[in-house]
Ligand binder design. Structure first.
Ligand SMILES: [Zn+2]
Length: 165
């Protein structure tokens, strides 16, 4: 969904609750599915342009970098970001905290779905992995033992059932 920022009344913030039961995250370099996304957005006019405030909850499902199985991340967050239609001028080189939270838009249309993707994407670790042991690994791994190579014989002779390790 796209909104035209210039349509937003200075006195009436634009408010929208975006919900997706399942959504493929549009990310350049990874495959992430979002579930149960609830995204509250408010965009209001401010002297420099617009300010978007948001609050969200979602579950992200990504591939674990270790075992390849799906690892789920319950996510939530809230923040704000300034939306500017003009790129920073040469007279405006000083970076401060405000600039860090600024998004420069090439046009006055603002794509809400893309914005949700961008915001949620930031909360997902770069290298998703199961916090504890990977389940896929556990099923192939010997139980805890003081002999670190106790399970090796099984790996070398997978056809031979050796019972307890
Ligand atoms: Zn894993």
């Amino acid at each position: 969904m796209k909104i035209h920022l210039t349509d937003i009344d200075a006195k009436t913030p634009f408010k929208r609750k975006l919900t997706y039961t399942a959504r493929q995250l549009h990310s350049e370099n990874r495959d992430v599915k979002l579930r149960d996304v609830a995204f509250d957005l408010e965009v209001r006019v401010d002297p420099m342009g617009y300010v978007a405030r948001y609050e969200f909850k979602a579950t992200a499902e990504a591939e674990c970098v270790r075992c390849g199985d799906i690892v789920a991340y319950p996510l939530q967050g809230q923040d704000w970001i300034a939306l500017r239609l003009q790129p920073p001028s040469e007279h405006h080189l000083v970076l401060n905290a405000d600039d860090m939270n600024t998004k420069f838009l090439a046009e006055e249309t603002f794509d809400l779905d893309n914005f949700v993707d961008e915001v949620v994407d930031l909360e997902i670790p770069d290298f998703p992995r199961h916090e504890q042991e990977c389940v896929a690994f556990e099923s192939h791994t010997a139980p805890p033992t003081n002999r670190p190579f106790a399970g090796l014989a099984d790996l070398i002779k997978p056809d031979k059932n050796q019972g307890d390790l």
